[in-house]
Structures are given as structure tokens and as C-alpha cells.
Write a protein that binds this ligand. Structure first.
Ligand code: ZN
Length: 142
């Protein structure tokens, strides 16, 4: 277990751009505000999306295309540092016309409308490092 006690910084509300990719917009908002560590949540609607499920045995992501408009019921995630750059890790729950939900690791999504709440965390950069047990890039203590 890795525990880091972190003070909170600024709180930002951001209206994301219609037609843009949601993960890129989160990265751009963090970069423009010079936030290297933070947490966020988003609600809104997407025109389409790509989500993924991480297979814990094969250590591979299985991707799922969502080729229809969906409600972005919930999207939460964090911002840390990987390879010296800000890295967004986001998960999402998406609801279709009948309320049916799909969810997973969010790779990308076309924004219809989306409202971002981002909280800055005042910390030395939180670095993602390759973890041989899971095959993922997890927070390290380096
Ligand atoms: Zn994930």
C-alpha cells in the first residue's frame, strides 16, 4: 500500500467543448492550469465513446465501441504523471436511450455537452510506474 497525505488546492469548474474528445479536454484543462496531480468528475452527454475492460489474466484491454449518443452518467478519475507528462485516468458509466448502462475505462468520447469539476492536489508529482504483477502503470513512490 502506498499512502500519501495531500493538501487540496484549487477547485475548477470547466465547460468542455462541443465536438472535442473528452479525455483530451481533461488533459488540456489540467495542462492549461498547470495541474499535475488532481481528481475530477464529469457529467454530460457524449455522441459516441470508446471504453475498455482490462483482462486481469492476459493483461490486455478489451475495447468496446459505443457508436450512439449516450448520457455520461458518471465519469471520475485522476491526474498524475507518466513519462514526465500529465496522465489522465478516467472511468465512465454511459447510459443509452432505454437507460441501459455500459461502463469501463474511458479511452475517448465525443463531447455533446460536458461539465468538469477538477480539484487540484498539492503534491510532489505522483509518478506512474510499470507494475509487473498487474501489467499496469500504477502510482509508485519514486
Ligand atoms: Zn482504468
Amino acid at each position: 500500500m502506498l499512502v500519501r497525505n495531500i493538501e487540496t488546492g484549487r477547485n475548477l469548474l470547466v465547460r468542455l467543448d462541443h465536438g472535442a474528445d473528452i479525455v483530451s479536454q481533461i488533459s488540456e484543462a489540467a495542462a492549461s492550469e498547470r495541474i499535475h496531480t488532481g481528481v475530477f468528475s464529469i457529467i454530460g452527454a457524449l455522441t459516441d465513446a470508446q471504453i475498455a475492460f482490462y483482462d486481469q489474466e492476459s493483461h490486455e484491454y478489451h475495447e468496446l465501441m459505443v457508436d450512439e449518443p449516450v448520457e455520461l452518467v458518471s465519469c471520475t478519475g485522476n491526474i498524475s504523471t507518466k513519462d514526465g507528462k500529465p496522465f489522465v485516468h478516467a472511468h465512465a458509466v454511459l447510459a443509452g436511450l432505454e437507460g441501459e448502462c455500459r461502463g469501463g475505462h474511458l479511452i475517448k468520447g465525443g463531447i455533446f455537452a460536458a461539465e468538469l469539476y477538477m480539484q487540484e492536489l498539492l503534491s510532489p508529482p505522483l509518478i506512474r510506474m510499470h507494475d509487473s504483477v498487474t501489467g499496469l502503470y500504477l502510482w509508485g513512490d519514486g
